[in-house]
Ligand binder design. Structure first.
Ligand SMILES: [Zn+2]
Length: 400
């Protein structure tokens, strides 16, 4: 026997006297079935209600394959047995939030169909995020604006949200946006002259209670567009932090809000240009430094810096070899402790044979080729002692 679902015809009653019909478990959690219930179980892409049965917190509501509604109770609450009378309370702020999101989704899906001829393929109403997947390849902010204007127009006209019950034999009498997915009794939710959908969720009585509908982003998922949207109180809270973030960001740069994107683009372009110029300067400095250290006739170069970027350590080693050094051992203690050792390609000796000794002293990891090796050390002290050892070994092998 399925549970009598009072929420189908009345989404606004959230306090009621209930009687426990059965006590059991739902997926290992204590749960009770009531003779009749206003609690909404998770289904059709809408989250379950929360609330209380007497003193026991209802932490989830699920419907099983026999359409029995199980109110999952907090395991620490005293158990409720069959026949027990309970005063039941649905968490209204959460329920109303879901009603706003769900009614808003009907209005928005119909707006996409009317404005952009884009059908809704699926929808999900989460605790934080709502999304709809549209049969549409692309969209832009101007098209989003047109859809939002149409949808919010219907909200502000405060149209009634009506319910009709029908069955599979008569469902063809309703011009539904999507074919129904249930057998047996079918509930139709109608927003007059706007939308007709088969739906078992909870909705507001009138469209005005949705407040506002706002699309906040979209992405392409398997060739279709997935849009994220918010309604009512959620839209207001989202608007609040976005406004604060945008206004603060602009204020800190003494800009107008609308100038912020152009400013960010300009700052990024300037940073890229500075990086390019800095790189060219570092290249020139490294070449000059390498030439000076190698000298004439060319000598081996041993150099350890307390602080030098890892990439610069390696580049300096290569510049020394290019300047004719027979060998080079360069290291740095920070920001990343590192040792690079190399020899002239025309020289002899396999530097890779030094790796085991170097890795052990550096307490790090690395690798390389017979003429160039690089090791990342565990810390600065290990880098310095490994560097000292490598310098003596390489100088002895490669001479000069
Ligand atoms: Zn619905």
């Amino acid at each position: 026997m399925s549970t009598e679902r009072l929420d189908y015809d009345d989404a606004y009653t959230v306090r009621f006297d209930g009687r426990v019909a059965a006590a059991g478990q739902h997926k290992g959690r204590p749960a009770v079935e009531l003779e009749r219930t206003y609690f909404y179980p998770e289904s059709g892409g809408q989250e379950a209600d929360r609330g209380r049965l007497g003193e026991a917190p209802v932490v989830d509501v699920q419907v099983d394959e026999s359409e029995r509604v199980w109110h999952v109770l907090d395991p620490s609450a005293p158990p409720l047995g069959p026949g027990a009378a309970v005063s039941a309370q649905v968490d209204w702020p959460r329920r109303f939030d879901h009603m706003q999101q769900h009614t808003g989704q009907h209005i928005l899906s119909a707006a996409f169909e009317r404005v952009l001829s884009a059908p809704t393929l699926s929808s999900r109403l989460g605790e934080e995020r709502n999304t709809i997947d549209l049969g549409l390849a692309a969209i832009d902010w101007r098209a989003v604006e047109r859809v939002e204007e149409a949808a919010n127009g219907v909200v502000w006209e405060d149209r009634p949200v009506e319910r009709h019950w029908t069955d599979p034999a008569n469902v063809h009498k309703f011009a539904l946006r999507k074919p129904p997915q249930v057998l047996g009794r079918i509930r139709i939710v109608e927003i007059p002259d706007w939308d007709l959908s088969a739906c078992g969720g909870t909705h507001t009585r009138r469209t005005g209670e949705v407040g506002v509908i706002k699309i906040i982003r979209w992405e392409t998922v398997r060739g279709n567009l997935r849009l994220e949207f918010l309604c009512g109180g959620r839209a207001l809270r989202d608007h609040a932090w976005r406004t604060e973030a945008l206004t603060e960001a602009a204020r800190r740069r003494t800009l107008k809000d609308r100038e912020l994107i152009a400013h960010l683009e300009k700052a990024a372009a300037e940073r890229d240009e500075m990086r390019r110029r800095l790189d060219a300067l570092v290249e020139r400095a490294l070449i000059a430094e390498a030439r000076e250290r190698v000298g004439a006739p060319p000598r081996g170069v041993a150099d350890y810096a307390a602080e030098r970027a890892r990439d610069e350590v390696r580049r300096f080693a290569l510049k020394c070899l290019e300047a004719g050094a027979p060998w080079v051992v360069v290291g740095a203690g920070a920001p990343e402790p590192v040792i690079v050792a190399g020899r002239a390609k025309s020289g002899s000796g396999d530097l890779k044979s030094l790796l085991p000794g170097l890795l052990e002293r550096a307490r790090g990891k690395g690798g390389g080729s017979p003429d160039l090796i690089q090791v990342a050390a565990g810390d600065a002290a290990a880098a310095e002692s490994a560097w000292t050892w490598a310098r003596d070994e390489v100088a002895a092998r490669c001479g000069g």
